[in-house]
Design a protein around this ligand. Structure first.
Ligand code: NDP
Length: 289
């Protein structure tokens, strides 16, 4: 079925969304704050509106944030319009925006799209949607032109709660990989040598096998019970201290000291020189670097 879709915002995301709606056979109107970005879309059959007031009943918005929606649609009559806003912002901002649209006679559905521009409209792409479920259901077929539809609940903040949770894992995971590669490279291990083990670790954490920590933690979160029998916090803290020691340059300093001072032979029956005092120093170093 052909639907009239108005795409507001022609940045990297919005322009690709408009292209996918056109390719799916929909009638597409586009508008962007700065003119001159619609040329390729007009060539594919889009109509470039001179004002957002020309929008049809169904709007798909992809702008920097929700302030952009207020700036763009502040003077537009939203009576009878359905707005799917796929811009990022904080959950509380989305809830306020839902009330703002409702006060103007429209309906807001919030969305968090989980792919970069080249993934839009491709298999595996999905978007978290929140807001009135019947409105999402009514427009699901049209929305499928850009991604699968994953409805997460009526609270308009939820789309961003899920989106931000995913981003948090994405950024933290990639940052961890950057640090891990740097650590390995500092000892002459090429990133490509580390890669298969990194894949094993990330895949394992997410999987069902013995490294499936997401599954273990989820059960612990839901039970509010953290026995830590197989992995005590103390053991993890000591291990983390070692990593921080290396990242903070402590390992290089230690190696430099060893180069200056010859290794002292172990005294018979005496301390190995790596007792609790060693861990204490590592922790101190971790805290001060
Ligand atoms: P871009 O920076 O490419 O585009 C931003 C768009 O917002 C432009 O159309 C810009 O208009 C418009 N805009 C910004 N401020 C205003 C304003 N005050 N009033 C009117 N229009 C405004 O961003 P993207 O397309 O990459 O991202 C769009 C949204 O999608 C963001 O919220 C982003 O977080 C989210 N997102 C992005 C992904 C990505 O990989 N790029 C992935 C998933 C989500 P103008 O041309 O006039 O500046």
């Amino acid at each position: 079925m052909t639907t009239h879709v108005t795409v507001i915002g022609l940045g990297a995301m919005g322009s690709t969304m408009a292209e996918m709606f056109l390719k799916a056979g929909h009638q597409v109107t586009v508008w962007n704050r700065t003119p001159g970005k619609a040329g390729a879309l007009v060539a594919l059959g889009a109509h470039e509106a001179s004002s957002p007031a020309e929008a049809g009943e169904l709007l798909v918005i992809s702008q920097l944030d929700y302030q952009a929606m207020y700036d763009s649609l502040g003077d537009v009559d939203l009576q009878g319009k359905v707005l799917f806003n796929l811009s990022s912002d904080a959950p509380s901002i989305l809830r306020e925006a839902s009330d703002w649209v409702a006060a103007r006679g429209g309906v807001l559905v919030t969305g968090g799209i989980m792919v970069p521009p080249p993934g839009i409209g491709q298999p595996g792409a999905y978007t978290f949607y929140s807001g009135p479920s019947e409105v999402v259901t009514r427009h699901t077929e049209t929305l499928k032109a850009i991604s699968d539809v994953t409805y997460v609940g009526a609270d308009p903040g939820l789309a961003m709660v899920f989106y931000q949770s995913q981003l948090f894992m994405f950024w933290s995971g990639l940052t961890a990989y950057m640090y891990a590669s740097a650590l390995a490279e500092s000892a002459g291990v090429a990133p490509s040598q580390l890669l298969p083990f990194a894949q094993e670790t990330f895949g394992g954490i997410a999987g069902e096998g013995p490294m499936g920590f997401l599954k273990y933690l989820t059960a612990e979160f839901e039970e509010r019970s953290y026995p830590g029998e197989a992995n005590s916090l103390h053991m993890q803290a000591v291990g983390m201290g070692h990593v921080v020691h290396v990242q903070g340059g402590g390992d290089r300093r230690h190696a430099a000291r060893r180069a200056e001072e010859p290794v002292r032979p172990r005294r018979r029956g005496g301390s190995r020189g790596r007792g609790p005092g060693h861990h204490h120093r590592v922790h101190q170093e971790a805290l001060t670097t």
